[in-house]
Write a protein that binds this ligand. Structure first.
Ligand code: NAD
Length: 292
C-alpha cells in the first residue's frame, strides 16, 4: 500500500517505520528535520499525501491537525482514507471528518494507548471512530502498528473513548498515590500495601501494572526515578481534553475536574513537567493537608 505519514515524532516515527518494515511504501513529512528508517521524506504534507491510499497523521493537537488536514484533504485521491492517530479534541476530529466526507474521502479517528514502547514494539491499542468501510481500510495497518483495534462507533468515537479512558487513569493514579502517601504516614509498609490492594477491591492498572512506588510491584517508571513513561504534561493534556468535552455536552465530571486541577498544579507550579505521571506519589508524600 502507498501510505503518507505526517508527524514523525516520538510516536509517529516508530509507527511509520513498522509500516515500512512490513513491506508498505511510506512517504513521510514532519515540520522538524527528522529521518525515519524505511520512510522516504517528502518536502510537504501535500507531497506526502499525493497518490497515497491511506494518510496517517500523528500530531500534537487539534489545531495542528486542522491546519495540516486543510492541506491534505484537497491533495488526497478520492476514496483514500485519512487516519488521525493523534490525541485531539472530539470537535476537531468531527470537523475534519466532515471535510473528508465532503471531499469524497474516508476518515478514521484512531488515537492510541500504549505509549512510546507500544509504538516501537507494534503493540499499541487503537480506539477508532468512523464508518465501517473506513475502519476496514485502516484495520490491516492497525494490525501492524498495534495488537488491538476497537471500532468504537462513528467519527469522534475513538477520541471519546481515549479521553474517557485517560480520565479514569488520571483519577485512579491520583487515588493510588494519595493512598500510598496516607499508608506511609500510618506506618504501613508499601510492599504490604501493594500485596493487599493489588489483590483486593482497590486494585487498578495504576496499582497492579504501573505501581507508583519504587521497588514495589512490576518494573515501572517509579523504578527509574520517574522518567517517563507517560509524562505528566501529556496526562494534563488528556485531562483538559476530557473537561473540554464534558463542558461541551454538559456532563458532570467532578473527579475528572479535580484530577485536571491537581495535574495542572503539579506540571505548572510544582516542577512535575518532564516527570512520569506516577510522580504524583512523591508529590503527595511531600505535601500536607495544610498546603491547600
Ligand atoms: P511529538 O511531539 O514527539 O511528535 C509530534 C510531531 O509532529 C513532531 O515531530 C513535530 O515536529 C510534528 N509536527 C508538528 N506540527 C507539524 C506540522 N504542522 N506538520 C508536520 N509535522 C508537524 O509527540 P508524540 O509523543 O509523538 O505524540 C503525538 C500524539 O500522540 C499526540 O497527540 C499525543 O497526545 C499522542 N500520544 C502520545 C503518547 C506518548 O506516550 N508520547 C501516548 C499516546 C498518545
Amino acid at each position: 500500500m502507498n501510505i503518507g505519514f505526517i508527524g514523525l515524532g516520538n510516536m509517529g516515527g516508530p509507527m511509520a517505520s513498522n509500516l515500512a518494515r512490513a513491506g508498505h511504501t511510506v512517504t513521510g513529512f514532519d515540520s522538524a528535520d527528522v529521518a525515519v528508517e524505511g520512510v522516504t521524506m517528502a518536502a510537504s504534507a501535500k507531497a506526502a499525501a499525493e497518490g497515497a491510499e491511506v494518510v496517517i497523521t500523528m500530531l500534537p493537537n487539534g489545531d495542528i491537525l486542522r491546519s495540516v488536514a486543510a492541506e491534505l484533504v484537497p491533495a488526497m485521491a478520492k476514496g483514500a482514507t485519512l487516519v488521525d492517530c493523534s490525541t485531539v479534541d472530539v470537535n476537531s476530529a468531527r470537523s475534519v471528518a466532515q471535510d473528508c466526507t465532503e471531499a469524497g474521502l474516508q476518515w478514521v479517528d484512531a488515537p492510541v494507548s500504549g505509549g512510546i514502547g507500544g509504538a516501537a514494539g507494534g503493540t499499541l491499542t487503537f480506539m477508532a471512530g468512523g464508518s465501517t468501510a473506513a475502519f476496514a481500510a485502516a484495520e490491516p495497518l492497525f494490525d501492524i502498528m498495534g495488537q488491538k483495534a476497537v471500532h468504537c462507533g462513528d467519527a469522534g468515537a475513538g477520541q471519546a473513548a481515549k479521553i474517557c479512558n485517560n480520565m479514569i487513569l488520571g483519577i485512579t493514579m491520583i487515588g493510588t498515590c494519595e493512598a500510598f502517601a496516607l499508608a506511609d504516614k500510618l506506618g504501613l509498609d508499601r510492599q504490604k500495601m501493594f500485596d493487599v490492594v493489588s489483590t483486593s477491591s482497590g486494585y487498578s492498572w495504576s496499582m497492579n501494572a504501573y505501581c507508583p512506588a519504587p521497588g514495589v510491584g512490576p518494573q515501572s517508571p517509579a523504578d527509574n526515578d520517574y522518567t517517563p513513561g507517560f509524562a505528566s504534561e501529556l496526562m494534563l493534556k488528556d485531562l483538559r481534553l476530557s473537561q473540554q468535552a464534558a463542558d461541551s455536552v454538559d456532563a458532570d465530571t467532578p473527579m475528572g475536574a479535580l484530577a485536571q486541577a491537581l495535574y495542572a498544579l503539579f506540571v505548572e507550579e510544582e516542577g512535575g513537567a518532564g516527570k512520569d505521571f506516577s510522580a504524583m506519589l512523591p508529590r503527595f508524600v511531600n505535601s500536607s493537608r495544610h498546603d491547600r
